[in-house]
Ligand binder design. Structure first.
Ligand SMILES: Cc1ncc(C[n+]2csc(CCOP(=O)(O)OP(=O)(O)O)c2C)c(N)n1
Ligand SMILES: [Mg+2]
Length: 798
């Protein structure tokens, strides 16, 4: 639609009003509408917030509102520079959204004064966008994720258009740089669209931006190379920019719709060239031009608080008053403090306003997944441990069924950095594919235009896409190599902060949990070596709020199924599941696995002595530790039958937790039933031993826990040697069990010598033969040594 002078004028009024309120929030505790001359006592005690990015966010909010008014489009606004919160809040206040969520922020002088006075004030809105901000799924505190979140939001949301404002500094981050490639994985028929708007104000905190300083033609070429068509809106005269931005937004919107209709009804299968807008306007635009002799508008100096000391410096106070009055607030707000009709006429009907988009409160839209019956996918376990299989292959069949069952609703996706097959989850490809818009060759596997397994070799993108998908009301799973998930630790931490805050907000409904499946784990890196060993994510999760995190270490395939089912049912949590992808002994029937997983930790009676109180408890958490601990018990039964051992398996790690008065852990009685109050516990753990000490330090006699786990020893060697190098092998565990058992310690001297010899034999054997000893490879709980079949080789490892 062509711009009219009247509507352009209204947009400008709106822009001025948002700029005014944005600046006022930074400074004014009182006198929000400048009804009287500005006084030092009006100024906030501490000036906390950012100005520079606000005008760009504000002008875009006004113009996008106009676009929605004209098109009824379903638009979600994502502000990459979340430090521009006062700008976004100003628009949300003006459009009436804040008042709808927070009734004391209504459109009158009292509401406006409270709104302005309480920003960045204890108890008020924080300085960044947060879960408290209606209409938002993106904090933008830690920069880099706006575009990935936006694309995540539009997957399987064909009607949605996300307008994503990207800071030109933010665009320097690795995560953002990778995100530009997402259209290569985006299907124009089944997915919605993202309109990236590069907010090219030229500066970051204290320096120029790369994209701001390269010549405009080079920038256009960059976007062309990334597969986009870009148009630039540039200028520092608002009237000129309004007209150009209006027309450019119309151009971009028409491009999006014509790509979509071409693909959806015109049968166009060519690869779309999506539009990008570059908004090249000064940082701190319309703000103070010069302060203390230094240029501020259009420079990095406008980034945060452009006039620093209005409370005690009269010149600064005067400059601030001039700046605020330059927006002519009396023209923008009436005598009751309400925004005048010109200001608010840019907004569409209430339900279409940017701040009201229901996708931003995804929990309200969430539908439970049609989860497959566990019984149909659990494996038959004839006895304890003689069957060996890849647990993740079993899970792959379950997930394939989930993809089939959710095909109509399209509300489940997997993300993975190129490892679905390597992680033995390839059964999912019988139900869906990996979407890919680039040429697909006959030699490629499992690629198609459309699919719900998102594979890209960027953990950042996987995480960002999934977060956007979850926050807009869908479900998902992130499958990753264990060592490399730590790449996105910081993103997970930010997501956890968002979730923690969202939980405290009555109007935000919980979204589906963020689920991680980590495989190719630390104990199966004999082929890759040290660089691929890193169980750190467990430690990182332990720093999050204990009531929103679960850490699961299923010992076998049926437990993996039971745990995955539980994770996919849960809401508002971060769930970590660590499971091997290699052939491993299978211990529990499906029914036993469900019962064990429900308890979280239990005594495995069949592996425990029944003739009196235990001399020592062997505990394990993790599939390889479980195998080693059971092999240790098996060895002890043969060599030292009088030693009474109890075996405890811990599948839900935080059942051990005693750090927070059992906020997430089992109670003292349940703990004592498993571990007694004073018996020594030799604990074989998947990750760093300190984790178990951290969790149990308030349990009775915590010094009786002797933990073996990963101690940063690794190289390319045999699988069993990994456990030996880290002193968690069956031989080490058996030896420690004898040492910790006062009753049989002295009678165990010969057994201990045998264990020492076994370690020497192992050392010599692997150096001579390049593989583990037959008694290790053939070991089987249910038979005597040497009689079980060797496991089939699992094929190529990655
Ligand atoms: C990942 C990350 N690194 C550093 C920062 C600190 N920081 C806050 S704002 C900012 C500059 C952002 O520049 P830009 O994206 O261009 O935003 P704008 O100019 O619109 O303020 C930086 C470096 C951050 N928030 N996140
Ligand atoms: Mg910038």
């Amino acid at each position: 639609m062509n711009p009219t002078e009247e509507r352009l004028a209204a947009i400008d009024q709106n822009f001025r009003a948002a700029n005014y309120l944005g600046a006022a929030q930074l400074y004014l505790r009182h006198n929000a509408l400048l009804r009287r001359p500005l006084a030092p006592t009006d100024i906030k005690a501490r000036l906390l917030g950012h100005w520079g990015t606000q005008p760009g966010l504000n002008i875009l909010y006004a113009h996008l509102s106009r676009l929605v008014q004209d098109t009824d489009a379903d638009v979600l606004y994502v502000a990459g520079p979340g430090h521009g919160a006062p700008g976004l809040l100003a628009s949300l206040y003006l459009e009436g959204t804040l008042g709808a969520y927070y009734p004391d922020l209504g459109p009158d002088e009292a509401g406006l004064s409270r709104f302005v006075g309480e920003f960045s004030w204890p108890g008020g809105f924080p300085s960044h966008v947060t879960a408290l901000t209606p209409g938002s799924i993106h904090e933008g505190g830690e920069l880099g994720y706006s575009l990935a979140h936006s694309f995540g939001a539009v997957f399987d949301n064909p009607d949605l258009l996300v307008a994503c404002v990207i800071g030109d500094g933010e665009a320097e981050t690795g995560a953002l740089a990778a995100s530009w490639h997402t259209p290569k994985f985006l299907n124009p028929v089944t997915d919605g669209a993202v309109l990236p708007i590069l907010h090219l104000n030229g500066y970051k905190i204290s320096g120029p931006t790369v994209l701001g300083r390269i010549p405009p033609a080079e920038l256009a070429t960059l976007f062309q190379g990334l597969g986009y068509e870009s148009r630039e809106v540039a200028g520092d005269d608002p009237a000129t920019v309004h007209r150009a931005l209006w027309e450019t937004l119309d151009w971009a919107y028409d491009r999006v719709r014509s790509i979509q209709s071409g693909a959806r009804t015109g049968g166009d299968v060519s690869r779309p060239v999506w539009p990008v807008i570059v908004l090249r306007t000064p940082k701190g635009w319309t703000g103070p031009k010069i302060v203390d002799g230094k240029a501020v508008e259009g420079t990095f100096r406008s980034h945060q608080i452009p006039i620093e000391d209005p409370e005690t410096n009269p010149d600064h106070l005067r400059l601030l008053e001039e700046w605020l009055r330059s927006y002519r607030p009396q023209e923008l707000f009436d005598e009751h403090g309400a925004a005048r009709p010109g200001v608010t006429s840019v907004y569409p009907a209430e339900e279409h306003r940017l701040g009201r988009n229901p996708r931003a409160n995804g929990g309200r839209l969430l539908k439970p997944l049609p989860l497959p019956e566990l019984g149909a996918f659990g494996i038959d376990v004839p006895d304890h441990g003689s069957l060996r299989t890849e647990s993740t292959s079993v899970l792959g069949r379950y997930l394939a069924e989930l993809f089939r069952a959710s095909a109509r609703e399209r509300n489940f996706r997997m993300v993975c950095p190129d490892e679905t097959s390597s992680n033995r989850l390839q059964a999912v490809f019988q139900a869906t594919s990996r979407p890919f818009e680039l040429p697909i060759l006959p030699t490629d596997d499992f690629l198609a235009r459309e699919g719900r397994v998102m594979e890209v070799l960027s953990e950042h993108l996987c995480e960002g896409w999934l977060e956007g998908y979850l926050l807009t009301g869908r479900h998902g799973l992130f499958a990753c190599y264990e060592a490399f998930i730590a790449i996105i630790d910081s993103m997970m931490a930010q997501y956890a902060k968002w979730t923690k805050m969202a939980r405290e907000i009555a109007w935000r409904e919980p979204v589906a949990s963020l689920n991680y499946l980590l495989t190719s784990h630390v104990w199966e890196q004999d082929h890759n070596g040290y660089s691929h060993q890193g169980p750190t994510f467990i430690n990182l999760l332990l720093t999050r709020k204990p009531d929103m995190v679960r850490i699961y270490l299923p010992p076998d395939a049926n437990c993996l199924l039971a745990i995955t089912d539980e994770c996919l049912r849960s809401r508002g949590q971060i769930n970590l599941v660590v499971a091997s992808k290699k052939p491993m002994p299978q211990w529990l029937s499906m029914a036993d696995a469900v019962a064990h997983c429900q308890r979280g930790a239990s005594i495995w009676e069949w592996a425990s002595s029944s003739d009196g109180p235990p001399d020592v408890i062997l505990a394990a958490s993790g599939d390889v530790p479980t195998r080693e601990a059971l092999a240790a018990i098996w060895w002890l039964r043969r060599e030292l039958p009088e030693l009474r051992v109890r075996f405890v398996n811990v599948v839900d790690l935080l059942t051990l937790d005693s750090r927070h008065n059992q906020a997430s852990g089992m109670d003292e009685r349940a703990f004592a039933e498993l571990f007694t109050e004073d018996t020594d516990v030799v604990f074989a753990f998947h990750g760093y031993p300190g984790v178990i000490h951290d969790l149990t330090y308030r349990r009775p006699n915590p010094e009786r826990f002797h933990v073996r786990g990963y101690i940063e020893q690794g190289t390319t060697t045999t699988p069993f040697d990994m456990t030996v190098l880290n002193q968690m092998s069956r031989f080490h565990l058996a030896r420690e069990a004898i040492v910790r058992s006062a009753r049989v310690f002295s009678r165990g001297a010969e057994a201990r010598r045998k264990l020492d010899r076994a370690l020497v034999e192992h050392h010599d054997y692997i150096r001579k033969h390049g593989r583990d000893m037959p008694e290790i490879l053939d070991w089987n709980w249910t038979t005597t040594a040497g009689t079980a079949a060797r496991p089939a080789h699992s094929g190529a490892l990655d």
